[in-house]
Design a protein around this ligand. Structure first.
Ligand SMILES: Cc1cc2nc3c(=O)[nH]c(=O)nc-3n(C[C@H](O)[C@H](O)[C@H](O)COP(=O)(O)OP(=O)(O)OC[C@H]3O[C@@H](n4cnc5c(N)ncnc54)[C@H](O)[C@@H]3O)c2cc1C
Length: 487
């Protein structure tokens, strides 16, 4: 619901309603003069608070909560009708090493190994200090979410990880909705609401110091919010193909896995203040998305044992290689597509797969022959591929593609396939920040009062983001941004 609905007709009432509703958003003070109210002039739409958070995905919600935990007030703006952004779509997991959950499951992992995997996965292009902050604090982020009531008891492995460290709810259910609902519930318990359908259009500054934000509701009514600090947590630009092509022309014509609000607004607003950009050309495609609409099939399907086969019924890549490598391998197959192939045991191991089956995204067969007929692939070729792979599982070594983790053999039906192709998935480049989540200019100077966290930031993931690292990123840096903005 818009908070400034009917403002033009309500006059005094609208200002009072606005003021009273925003108390629920965190105790704000409308700087509205009686004269302004009576005249119903545009100036009446001015509010004051400690911190404005732009964007209510995981990074924004985590930062707003930390602002409140530090005893300060925040107004949270969200341009979409619903809260959650891309975070709500996240499925596979949240990476963290040395968590209490891993230790209960007997998984021996280390923060150092997590750091090494992340740097290697990002082709060593990542900014080392940011990766250190990420990998050292991700376990705390998981414990924090658990303390807030979240369920992260299932741990699996995603591409490029040398260990099982992708945390998600019991049964392998999608992780993003758990992160969003955990944070949102606590925020609501604290009386903090999100102003949905409200788009930030400009970050204000005076003499190089940030002073607030201008926003607009769905009817075009304008609101100015004065604040001591602003946190940009608007996510990436995975749904803005024009901006993607501007930075990387090879992405012309690609679909996207992203929600429609991922349009790069935060980057554009911060550029107006002289913010620097880090590795803006680095844009990730996700290898396994539906060819017609970019809907993403989580990497955890491969992590839990699925194979990738081509139209000859053959494997062609280590399925759990990094996303850039697997994407390229799929694009070089006939039609630029391939099939995810798995059986009932793999389907039962991951809650997300049940969702895919119920939504009719899979092709099914009681036997390999039945499935092969539908796929128009020779059945004996698929059988040969599966038998060879099962041999690798038994021997503990994949001599064809060197797949390191083969959690189970594929024996017994039903059998399932999903046709997949790569789509734009994550914009790894973005605003330049330091480890305190302060936004820096091109020259490396701090822009006073301006913070950023989440996918809007560049440098954490380098040339390739590992699956599970974005959710760790948004919670770790979201918290840091909130704590520092509150200071
Ligand atoms: C399909 C899918 C699956 C994924 N799975 C995983 C996974 O399993 N593990 C993992 O680690 N990562 C995963 N990711 C990546 C991860 O979800 C995102 O990188 C992360 O959630 C981004 O969080 P964020 O808070 O930075 O941005 P978002 O969650 O996108 O939130 C940003 C919010 O800001 C709002 N906004 C934008 N502009 C404005 C404006 N001008 N004014 C007000 N509001 C604005 C947006 O509408 C949005 O709600 C996945 C991504 C997708 C698309």
């Amino acid at each position: 619901m818009s908070l400034f609905k009917n403002k033009k007709v309500l006059g005094l009432t609208s200002a009072l309603v606005l003021a009273s509703m925003l108390v629920g958003c965190g105790g704000t003070t409308p700087s509205t003069s009686t004269e302004d109210i009576e005249n119903n002039t545009p100036e009446e739409q001015v509010l004051e608070t400690d911190v404005v958070v732009i964007g209510a995905g995981g990074a924004g919600l985590a930062s707003a909560l930390e602002v409140r935990n530090a005893g300060k007030e925040a107004i949270i703006l969200e341009k979409m009708p619903v809260v959650g952004g891309n975070t709500l779509r996240a499925t596979g997991g949240l990476n963290a090493a040395e968590t209490s959950v891993q230790s209960e499951l007997g998984i021996e992992d280390s923060k150092d190994k997590f750091y090494e995997d992340t740097m290697k996965g990002g082709h060593d292009k990542n900014i080392p200090e940011l990766v250190k902050t990420l990998t050292q604090n991700a376990a705390d982020a998981v414990e924090w979410l658990i303390d807030l009531g979240g369920d992260f008891t299932n741990v699996g492995r995603l591409g490029g990880a040398s260990n099982d460290r992708a945390h998600r709810p019991e049964g392998g259910d999608p992780v993003g909705p758990e992160v969003v609902s955990t944070l949102r519930t606590v925020l609501e318990d604290k009386g903090m609401e999100v102003m949905t359908n409200t788009t930030a259009t400009e970050v204000l500054s005076e003499d190089g110091v940030v002073t607030g934000v201008v926003a607009e509701d769905e009817e075009g009514n304008e609101l100015t919010i004065l604040a001591d600090a602003v946190i940009i947590s608007t996510g990436g630009f995975g749904a803005n193909s024009e901006m993607q092509v501007e930075y990387n022309s090879e992405l012309e014509g690609f679909g996207t896995t992203n929600h429609p609000g991922a349009t790069g607004d935060g980057i554009k607003m911060a550029l107006e203040l002289g913010a620097g950009l880090t590795q803006i050309k680095e844009i990730q495609t996700h290898p396994t998305t539906l060819p017609n609409d970019g809907y993403m099939i989580t990497e955890a399907v491969r992590g839990n044992g699925a194979l990738l086969i081509n139209r000859d019924g053959e494997r062609f890549i280590d399925e759990i290689e990094t996303r850039d490598v697997v994407s390229e391998a799929i694009l070089s197959q006939e039609n630029g597509t391939a099939f995810l192939f798995f059986n009932q045991e793999i389907a039962d191991s991951l809650g997300a797969i049940d969702g895919y089956i119920k939504r009719g995204l899979t092709v099914e067969g009681e036997t390999i022959e039945e499935l092969a007929e539908t796929l128009e692939i020779p059945a004996d070729k698929i059988t040969e591929t599966v038998e060879k792979y099962n041999g690798f599982v038994a021997a503990g070594e994949d001599t064809d593609f060197n797949r390191a983790d083969m959690p189970r053999s594929i024996e017994g039906g039903k059998y399932y396939a999903i046709q997949v192709t790569p789509s734009v998935h994550h914009t790894m480049g973005g605003l330049t920040i330091n480890t305190d989540a302060q936004v820096l200019t091109e020259d490396g100077e701090v822009i006073e009062g301006l913070f950023a966290a989440g996918e809007v930031v560049g440098g954490v993931h380098g040339g390739n983001r590992l699956g599970g690292n974005a959710l760790a990123d948004i919670v770790v840096f979201g918290r840091i941004a909130g704590q520092n903005a509150a200071k």
